[in-house]
Design a protein around this ligand. Sequence first.
Ligand code: SF4
Ligand code: SF4
Length: 321
Amino acid sequence: MAEPLTKLSLATIYFTERCNSRCVSCDYWRHGRRDIELATVQQMLPGLRELGTQTVLVSGGEPLLHPQWAEISELLKSSGLNLWLLTAGLSLAKNAAEVAGLFEQVTVSLDGSTAASYSAIRGLDAFEAVCAGIRALVREGVPVGLRVTVQRRNASELGDLVRLARKLGVGGISFLAADVSHGEAFGRHSEVAEGVALRPEDLPVLVAALDALERDHGDDFDSGFIVETPAKLRRIEAHYRALLGQGEAPPVRCNAPEHSIVVEADGGLRPCFFIAGPTQLGEAGLSEGLNAASMRHLRADIRAGLRPECRHCVCSKWFST
Ligand code: SF4
Ligand code: SF4
């Protein structure tokens, strides 16, 4: 069994499972119903304090759909926590000032560089609205980053996305492979829809896009505007190759469950985005659920490399201590 956690750098809280996007890679928008209760967040606060948590990543679903998103965020902020918002950005334009007042940083998921590719991936004709929201937020002075999940329909657009990020005035852009390996993550009730993972004939398209990024955007890598290194971006290619049986999955190094927790909208606790947890936020608060024997066993299995979810993980994270 893993030792109890006495420190927790990051807590991710799913404000809601509902979403107003229609992404092909996710099922929250189909099945998501639950919103987190203000009382649940209140119950968590002493635990966050005891564990020295500094940052809360506010996620979902689309967190800005929660009718009390501002009130809950205010509660967290007034408890001394730094808030980081992960949003699809559909309502950013109207909420920009309030978001800027509450969040230290905002990451907007933007998977297409044109209205057509955006709508093919996210299922909505909302590219211009999201770009307007991002510009509004940038004008408010809050640090904004873009996050792109690289998949079949945008594999050729990596350079265009970097140029769009520059035009929008954001502070950086980050790329990761779309998750297609976990049937249970992202509110899924079944396998990931067709059209997300790369086919063999898409691999050369991705390789050409990565080559062009390295050739044309050296300054953006050097300055950190593109958050990943070129080598890390090549892992996206290796990831999709492995899914096609054309090589080994890139090695995963991750200690996220030792330093962070994901709290679901119903108070369920997960060691990370991709692995379901055995415990709930109880009456006794966060530490009890985090350090229950079942959760410690799960963390030990993850650390020992026994969980299949880790093998094709697109979002492994190493916290340096
Ligand atoms: S991936 Fe994110 S933005 Fe897209 S439907 Fe799922 S929760 Fe919403
Ligand atoms: S590698 Fe991925 S699935 Fe495994 S613990 Fe880390 S985040 Fe979770």
